[in-house]
Design a protein around this ligand. Structure first.
Ligand code: ADP
Ligand code: MG
Length: 460
């Protein structure tokens, strides 16, 4: 075979590996795909080799379909089958493979011994996410106080602590803060923090490899279990079931459980009733959308920390404009300071507007629920207060439903979130409004024109 021909599979293999890395993430890639070696291509079959039988079996069970599919794609359809063989230890050393992985026998899990990992399930904690770096304001004071209580006491006061709120409002930050604080106070307490997504992934993996016992043990031996973004397991029945049992086992042993989600236990979709109610047993603390004061406070604290001079006018401008969540606020701030450092110019209001030009334009076009309420109220000549009130007369209820409908259509807010902004109504009320307006639009042309008119007014 000439060198030229031989390099073709190599190139395809590089692309396949890049895809795998992208799809499964760095750590899965490093554990499972990086040690694979391309042996060659024989007709429409590609041969890969794994360093151990253990790896070969698991890759075949778990990843071979996907690897095969990607090969097919990357080879333009010329490769249709995949073979994975085991490379003998002596020959594999010639390929410069990591000896560590070669020594794995079929019983030890694949965790690199170079890194100290107490529990392979453990997700890394962000060193910036501490209580100290968390700015407290009205919208998050309850969640903050509850998190501090959990972190600062050895007794379990409420179980679980359930933190919820929209994206980018500080849930993960608070959870990491709890973990840091508990470890600082008592390094011997075992704290396990992980995302619900990872919990599910690991559970499915354990099922597939029939080692659910080990999986269960890993969870049931911790002192504090924290599961982030638990909405993720909605609709995934067997994972929910397992989570429910893990949860009960820990609570029974008086271990602390902390859970976060984007909605309250009641509003979580696809969750079994018993889990939903169990999650609401402890303390449920919500984080509200930010206020202007909190946004300004966060910006000030951030500026202090990075030690650049930013005029207060710029901070006020940002706090006023970037209202969606803290993550976007931080992003905007980072862009401004990065720009200033790069071009070596002072940060001014003009420069800020210039640098954030695209972001700000998107914001100016984004309609808020409040604007929708105002526009609809004025169109139907009802009071703004009626959007939040409990009055049920048709004259105010209908405009209110239209405003809910338009909020669902024109903003990114979820049904529960919209309900909250209409005087704390339930998400089913919003859902009902959306259906009702749709129905009326279908049968009443005049009504439909009205709604369309309002939509156009709000969109431009
Ligand atoms: P969530 O998990 O709710 O989506 P995160 O905890 O990831 O949100 O927060 C998003 C970003 O905003 C993080 O960088 C976090 O440090 C920051 N942040 C959120 N709330 C605050 C706060 N009150 N004080 C300081 N930083 C905050
Ligand atoms: Mg988060």
């Amino acid at each position: 075979m000439s060198e030229e021909i031989q390099s073709l599979p190599d190139k395809a293999w590089a692309r396949v590996r890049a895809k795998l890395r992208q799809e499964f993430g760095e750590s899965v890639y490093r554990s499972w795909f990086k040690p694979l070696i391309l042996r060659g291509v024989d007709g429409s079959k590609v041969e890969l080799s794994a360093p151990t039988t253990f790896m070969q079996e698991r890759i075949e069970a778990q990843y071979s379909d996907r690897i095969n599919a990607i090969w097919k794609l990357e080879s333009g359809g010329s490769i249709t089958t995949l073979g994975i063989t085991v490379l003998s230890a002596s020959s594999s050393e010639n390929f410069g493979l990591n000896n560590l992985e070669l020594k794995q026998d079929s019983k030890t899990p694949l965790v690199s011994k170079n890194v100290k990992v107490d529990n392979p399930l453990e997700a890394a904690l962000d060193s910036r996410f501490t209580f100290e770096n968390f700015v407290v304001g009205k919208p998050n004071e309850l969640a903050y106080a509850a998190a501090q209580r959990v972190a600062g006491s050895d007794d379990v006061n409420f179980n679980p602590l359930f933190l919820y709120g929209g994206v980018g409002l500080g849930k993960t930050h608070l959870m990491h803060s709890i973990a840091w604080e508990i470890r600082r106070r008592d390094p011997s307490r075992r704290v396990l923090y992980l995302s619900a997504e990872k919990f599910m992934y690991q559970f499915i993996r354990a099922l597939r490899f029939k080692d659910t016992m080990a999986f269960k043990d890993q969870f049931r031996s911790v002192d504090v279990l924290m599961i982030d973004d638990v909405q993720f397991i909605g609709g995934k029945d067997s994972t929910q079931e397992e989570f429910f049992h893990t949860f009960n086992a820990l609570v029974d042993q008086n271990r602390q459980v902390v859970v976060s989600a984007d909605k309250s236990p009641n509003d979580l979709e696809g969750l079994e009733e018993r889990l939903r109610s169990r999650l609401g047993w402890g303390l449920v603390a919500d984080i509200h959308p930010t206020t202007y004061e909190l946004r300004l406070g966060i910006l000030q604290s951030k500026v202090e920390k990075i030690g650049v001079h930013v005029p207060i006018k710029v901070l006020e401008f940002l706090a006023h404009k970037i209202t969606s969540n803290v993550r976007e606020l931080e992003g905007a701030m980072n862009r401004i300071t990065a720009h200033a450092t790069l071009v070596g110019r002072d940060i001014t209001l003009e420069a800020t507007q210039e640098v954030l030009h695209d972001l700000l334009r998107a914001y100016d076009r984004r309609v808020t629920v409040e604007e929708i309420q105002r526009q609809v109220a004025s169109h139907y000549q009802v009071r703004m207060g009626d959007m939040h009130s409990a009055r049920r007369s048709r004259a105010v209820a209908r405009p209110r439903q239209i405003a809910m409908y338009l909020s669902k259509q024109l903003t990114q807010h979820s049904l529960p979130d919209i309900g909250r902004r209409f005087g704390g109504r339930d998400h089913t009320t919003v859902l009902h409004a959306v259906k009702k307006v749709d129905e009326l639009c279908a049968v009443d042309v005049g009504f439909k024109d009205d709604v369309e008119f309002l939509r156009r007014m709000l969109e431009t």
